[in-house]
Design a protein around this ligand. Structure first.
Ligand SMILES: Cc1ncc(COP(=O)(O)O)c(C=O)c1O
Length: 393
């Protein structure tokens, strides 16, 4: 079989979640699906809000036969304009249609941004623990990933960050609320990070972009306000999607939004639009662009995630697991009770609980629990967490 050596390596490196998925299928065959507690995937089980179905019905009942054709690569003006209004109302910044491009999810958004801004060997900084695809997306566009570690509260180490920046640094990807840690970066952190970047921008006399990957922005707990990097850093590009807050990841719909403060905005947007075309996305799915445009303020019920977070935190704390309580998103990232997180997740698997080792997110010694799953999986998993920690005490 002739696939590239690089792809062979990537298959191995990127296999954590896939392996869990495959093991899950095996275990479910062996013990019955109801006896296996799969907390490995960030695939929300909740139904999208009713408003989405109302919009879909309207589109079906009043068919516009021209609605399925190619369109401008940036997307439908009507949708871009509504996303711009949504962003204007939910941030302190005034967005126009020309600042927005519709994409195939946040994954599509990240790829078109990186394609537009990277020259070969340009560097992209990412903070641990990170969404593993950042590494592969950066490579897709001939960039080099530079990894900066975080402390035990998952706050990136800004001294290391400062040292990592050089004249090849083109962008920094941040993700708050974070997958997998659930951390929301504070205003103080964002300000300090921006100061460091501003100094380097002056030194090199060019932009360093912050790419703010924010598909979980609206999933925050305890009344917390998620500070917005747009408020602190000029050269910010937002990548977002409706995958998580409308629970429609299979529909592949998201957007790129350029901070209105970026200089030479038009050239950057032209590059991103062209990238959407030549990466073969062409344009974001037409039907979904129409469907989401009137329900941008709708969301799944965040309370459902909160109930799950609270239950898991209470139960795991009683069992002696150590973790930071997630402030947002729908993941818990506890410390592995033994140093080897892969070994620990294998022990959990023997007790029919599927989670992902922290190594898959660039952070050894931890593991990720997804709590966007049904209640029986959450409740049923506790016995497996109990047996496994008792085994190693
Ligand atoms: C941090 C992060 N960024 C991006 C994505 C990709 O999201 P989308 O489905 O919108 O492409 C995910 C999906 O899990 C994610 O967790």
């Amino acid at each position: 079989m002739t696939i590239s050596n690089k792809m062979k390596n990537f298959l191995e490196q990127g296999s954590w979640i896939r392996r869990m998925f495959e093991d899950g299928i095996e275990l479910k065959k062996k013990y019955g699906a109801e006896n296996v507690y799969d907390l490995s995937l960030g695939n929300p089980i909740f139904s999208p809000p009713d408003e989405l179905y109302d919009e879909l019905r309207k589109l079906i009942d009043n068919p516009d036969k021209s609605a399925h054709r190619y369109m401008p690569n940036a997307g439908l003006d009507q949708t871009r304009s509504k996303v711009a209004d949504f962003l204007t109302k939910t941030t302190n910044h005034h967005f126009e249609l020309s600042n927005v491009l519709m994409t195939g999810g946040a994954g599509g958004a990240l790829n078109v941004i990186l394609k537009a801004i990277l020259d070969p060997d340009d560097e992209v900084i990412m903070f641990t623990p990170f969404f593993p695809e950042y590494f592969f997306y950066t490579d897709n566009h001939a960039g080099i990933s530079q990894i900066v570690d975080s402390d035990d509260k998952f706050i990136p180490d800004l001294d290391s960050f400062n040292k990592k920046i050089n004249n090849k640094t083109k962008a920094v990807i941040i993700n708050s609320p974070n997958n997998p840690s659930g951390v929301v970066y504070s205003e103080k952190f964002l300000i300090k990070m921006s100061e460091i970047l501003n100094n380097y921008e002056k030194k090199f006399n060019r932009e360093i972009f912050v790419i703010s990957d924010e598909p979980y922005r609206r999933i925050v707990f305890d009344g917390l306000d998620c500070p917005n990097i747009l408020d602190y850093y000029r050269n910010t590009i937002v990548a977002s999607s409706f995958s998580k807050d409308l629970a429609i990841p299979g529909e592949r719909i998201g957007y790129v939004a350029l901070s209105p403060k970026i200089n030479n905005q038009n050239l950057l947007m032209d590059g991103i639009v062209f990238a959407n075309r030549i990466l073969g996305f062409v344009n974001a799915p037409a039907f979904m662009q129409r469907a989401v445009s009137n329900i941008l303020f709708s969301s799944v019920d965040v309370e459902e995630y909160l109930i799950r977070r609270n239950y898991l935190c209470d139960e795991l704390e009683k069992l002696g697991y150590e973790f930071e309580k997630p402030q947002g998103a729908f993941y818990l990232f506890p410390k592995s009770p033994i140093e080897d997180d892969v070994k620990f997740t294998n022990l959990l698997k023997e007790n029919k609980v599927l989670v992902v080792p922290g190594s898959g997110f660039g952070k050894k010694g931890y593991f990720r629990i997804s709590f966007c799953v049904d209640w029986p999986s959450i409740e049923g998993s506790i016995e497996g967490f109990k047996k496994t920690i008792e085994l190693i005490k």
